[in-house]
Design a protein around this ligand. Structure first.
Ligand code: HXC
Length: 259
């Protein structure tokens, strides 16, 4: 698939998605959001793809929603844009495959919010992460007001949203905003290595674990336990469960088939 603002590559069982509009710091205009939505559906539909890594070309991961594109929006147009962004990011959460954000540089506004919708975040020491929206007269509208507090707590999230302060990779690690911080030249290798570890595990079980964690968050603990039990019972219906446990008993490595 050839895209205008995106590169989609497959390396083994891992899809590497590169936001590629570097002249505008990968600002998320309609074209880029539409192409990213298409790429996410490719990840969802391709049985061979078990994990996706999202990164940015150039010095940004993504510097946010496209300010030039939305500067004269009326509220109806703003709502449609927010539905596009929110819908896409929610879809990333619902696809039963892990998405890893490899944050190479600026991840601001909608770019930061995209990383928050991913399952795992790895930052380069050059990353600059923040939510600058209140400096533009709006506030985060691609899910940031909901996902940032869930990740780092209300106090820190409010500080970042109200002040627009950008944090670097190291500080992001210290506040639990990213899982890991690495040197820029190590970023893609680190993300791909983690993706390959995940891809070597039973894919349906990994997907069900993601679904269980995400859905369990939204309900009380008893309903969450029911979701856990139902999904884990579903795992027992897979060939990979038989393979995983028989391989253990037979003292050999399992070979998972995503079945
Ligand atoms: C459109 C953008 C952009 C953006 C950068 N560019 N960010 N265009 N939307 N979000 C463009 C610049 O206009 C410029 O184009 C080119 O990319 C390079 O950017 P510079 O500003 O020249 O680079 P630099 O001086 O290095 O500064 C980098 C920066 C700055 C600190 C990241 O670009 C910046 O502050 N960008 C805006 C970040 C932001 O506010 N994001 C939140 C958006 S609101 P030209 O043509 O001049 O070369 C949002 C809300 C989402 O995301 C949800 C609600 C709908």
């Amino acid at each position: 698939m050839v895209y205008e603002n995106l590169i989609y590559e497959k390396q083994g069982h891992v899809a590497l998605i590169t936001l590629n509009r570097p002249k505008a710091l990968n600002a998320l205009n309609d074209v880029l959001l539409t192409e990213l939505a298409d790429a996410v559906e490719m990840v969802a539909a391709d049985e061979d793809v078990r994990v996706a890594v999202i990164t940015g070309a150039g010095k940004a991961f993504a510097a946010g929603a496209d300010i030039d594109y939305m500067k004269d929006f009326n509220p109806i147009q703003a709502q449609s844009y927010m539905e596009q962004g929110q819908g896409l990011y929610r879809r990333i959460e619902k696809v039963r495959k892990p998405f890893i954000a490899a944050i190479n540089g600026f991840a601001l506004g909608g770019g930061c919010e995209l990383t928050l919708a991913c399952d795992i975040r790895i930052a380069s020491t050059k990353a600059k992460i923040g939510l600058p929206e209140v400096g533009l007269g709006i506030f985060p509208g691609f899910g940031g007001t909901q996902r940032m507090p869930r990740l780092i707590g209300d106090g820190l999230a409010k500080e970042l949203i109200f002040t627009t302060r950008q944090v670097n990779g190291q500080e992001a690690k210290e506040m639990g905003l990213v899982n890991q911080v690495v040197e820029p030249e190590e970023l893609i290798n680190t993300a791909m290595a983690m993706a390959n570890v995940i891809a070597s595990k039973a894919p349906i079980a990994v997907g069900l674990a993601k679904d269980t964690i995400n859905r369990g968050r939204q309900v009380d603990i008893d309903d969450a336990m029911s979701i856990e039990a139902a999904n884990d019972c579903l795992a027992f219906s897979t060939e990979d469960q038989k393979e995983g446990m028989h391989a253990f008993v037979e003292k050999r490595s399992p070979v998972f088939k995503n079945k």
